[in-house]
Design a protein around this ligand. Structure first.
Ligand code: B16
Ligand code: MG
Length: 216
């Protein structure tokens, strides 16, 4: 029986990956190296600090910890400027309808995001009222693939992990769901998300009846 659905934010509900990419690219430009869209794939679902470390590895740079903190802040300031302009038009196809459909069918809904900017994004897109619980990067101490974010979500909804379904676009997120003992639905391509229980291209391809069939 499905009692709760837990949703990743970036790449599942909204496409903020493009803003993360532009902000990281600007940082790389400033540091004097090229950062491509392909490089950016490695940053999806990964925390800010871990993302910076991957970026610096790509640029072949070794940088002191205090300097790293400044660079992460610089990137975040740019990212915050971009997401400040977001509105409901940036909700991904099918996402809002599916959130509503879950609740109509008595399934509770939680956010499970690595982002420390999740509340800004939810408020700007008008999505905050559609969640029964919100767990983001400000509540967690361990990043995905650690299961913490989803376990906290399940706890907030008072649902046991075996009654929870996770929707994720990143490999690290699918691993986190599996480690939490939850059913996982990959949003994206089956090649990158092969560890998920099932994979669909987007939430526009998902319904509660389909979910119940695959969960059974
Ligand atoms: P912030 P998600 C993740 O969000 C993003 O996918 C990832 O690219 C980003 O680095 C991470 O949040 C941290 O975000 O810098 O805003 O705290 O996919 O877990 O919703
Ligand atoms: Mg994501």
């Amino acid at each position: 029986e499905i009692k709760a659905c837990l949703f990743d934010l970036d790449g599942v509900i909204v496409d903020t990956a493009k803003y993360h990419y532009i902000a990281w690219k600007e940082l790389a430009d400033g540091l004097g190296f090229l950062f491509t869209e392909q490089d950016n794939e490695r940053l999806k679902g990964v925390s800010r600090t871990a993302s910076l470390n991957i970026l610096l590895e790509i640029g072949g740079l070794t940088i002191a910890e205090e300097e790293k903190a400044k660079l992460a802040e610089q990137k975040n300031n740019r990212y915050v400027e971009y997401i400040a302009k977001m509105d409901s038009s940036e909700i991904l196809p099918g996402a809002l309808d599916f959130l509503k459909e879950c609740r109509t069918n008595g399934i509770k809904v939680a956010l499970g995001s690595a982002s420390k900017n999740a509340m800004t994004i939810l408020n700007n897109t008008g999505l905050t009222p559609y969640f029964d619980a919100i767990i983001d990067g400000t509540h967690t101490s361990a990043a995905k693939p650690d299961p913490e974010v989803f376990l906290l979500g399940a706890k907030a909804l008072d649902a046991a992990p075996e009654h929870c379904v996770v929707f994720e676009d990143a490999e690290a997120g699918i691993e986190a769901a599996t480690r939490a003992g939850m059913f996982s639905i990959g949003i994206g391509s089956p090649e990158t998300l092969s560890a998920a229980n099932i994979v669909v291209p987007s939430l526009a391809h998902m319904s509660v009846s389909m979910l119940k069939e695959s969960f059974a």
